[in-house]
Design a protein around this ligand. Structure first.
Ligand code: F0G
Length: 353
């Protein structure tokens, strides 16, 4: 019987590992490409969702982390460090402890979703809450990496993007070729660069016949690449992409320009509305940031910027259970009445009679 072996074994010849690399895996990758019926109807396109919340720690970060932690273990590192809006820290913590390494994570105090905080805690990360934003955390871990014996596993470590590019391989493997368009959220801007790298490799090696145009979407209150200016105090309900000075800024611009794509902003209202639609119409529950690509698709359609008949893949980057507080803040009725444990009473409350 075939079991998915994780991205290193599935794509070993395309990743920077050797026979001596101890593979640290939780079976990441191999995530479903789900046909999005409602979105396809709305847009007259063939829309697919690459559901990255199905990864072991609930986000796409696991694809890069398996490579980064395996190489850190091979190098004999004892501790790894990262800055995070939550998902990178959850992933780093899980993979590090699996390899017997100490995970040290810096997070912006009060600005990460509770599910992600829980993950870092239960995996046993050394957690440092910083009085500042993600950009401050990233600056500090870069300095720690220079001066202390800790391996940096943020996406400024290029092997992270190598692992993340496997998602583009999977899309091409599933569809038989690259799509016309690939949409995704942009925060620290590593993932759009990773997908572009993956698509470009498959095209170069003639496994696919073309590359997609890359459309990235930032939150309006945290859209430095869109405005061309560092955002000093980024703000958005989509805490995962609350980044004012993305590390992979230049790589993201290259992905945009080389692919003939675009990077634009969507509002928090558009993001949260797309999150609701995904959950209520497609049956796919994602965290707010993860809905930015879907918000971008609907906004593009409304603005007449989407060609009918296109094949469109949208990466939904992280699981909805990561951040139930935001979801419940708009989805929960103010008060849920308690009903007697009685079938007739339930039938009345449920509107069946
Ligand atoms: N979606 C989710 C759910 C994320 O957690 C992130 C990034 C992104 C999208 C954006 O991806 O940074 O490669 O452009 N989260 C990072 C973190 C910043 O620390 O977990 P990107």
């Amino acid at each position: 019987p075939h079991q998915w072996r994780g991205v290193i074994e599935e794509y070993r010849d395309r990743l920077p590992v050797s026979a001596d690399t101890p593979v640290v895996t939780l079976g990441e990758g191999g995530t479903p490409l789900v046909a999005a019926q409602w979105l396809s109807e709305q847009t007259n396109c063939e829309v697919w969702l690459k559901v990255e919340g199905n990864n072991p720690t609930g986000s796409f970060k696991d694809r890069g982390m398996t490579v980064a932690i395996s190489l850190a273990a091979q190098a004999g590192d004892k501790a790894v460090v990262c800055a995070s809006t939550g998902n990178t820290s959850a992933s780093a913590a899980a993979y590090a402890v699996r390899a017997g390494l100490l995970p040290l994570v810096l997070i912006p105090a009060g600005r990460i979703a509770k599910g992600k905080l829980a993950q870092a805690i239960v995996h046993g990360a050394k957690l440092v809450s910083i009085d500042g934003g993600f950009d401050d955390c990233l600056r500090i871990v870069r300095e720690l990496g220079k001066h202390y014996p800790v391996a940096l596993v943020n996406s400024v470590n290029p092997v992270r993007l190598e692992g993340q590019k496997t998602a583009a391989f999977e899309v091409c493997d599933a569809l038989g070729d690259a799509p016309d368009l690939h949409l995704l959220p942009v925060g620290n801007a590593g993932n759009i660069a990773a997908y572009w790298k993956g698509y470009s490799e498959y095209k170069k090696d003639k496994i696919s016949s073309r590359t997609p145009r890359m459309w990235g979407f930032q939150a309006e209150g945290a859209a430095p690449i869109v405005t061309g200016r560092i955002v000093e105090n980024p703000d958005t309900a989509a805490t995962a992409i609350r980044v004012g000075n993305p590390a992979s800024w230049t790589l993201a611009e290259a992905a945009r320009d080389e692919s003939g794509g675009r990077i634009e902003a969507v509002t928090d209202d558009q993001i949260l509305s797309a999150q609701r639609d995904l959950a209520a119409r497609e049956g796919v529950f994602v965290e707010p940031a993860s809905a930015a690509g879907v918000a971008g698709l609907l906004a593009s359609k409304a603005a007449g910027r989407l060609d009918g008949g296109s094949t469109v893949v949208i990466t939904v980057t992280g699981h909805g259970l990561k951040d139930i507080d935001t979801a419940l803040s708009y989805a929960l009725p103010a008060e849920t009445p308690v009903t007697p444990a009685d079938t007739d009473a339930v039938a009345r409350v449920a509107g069946l009679v």
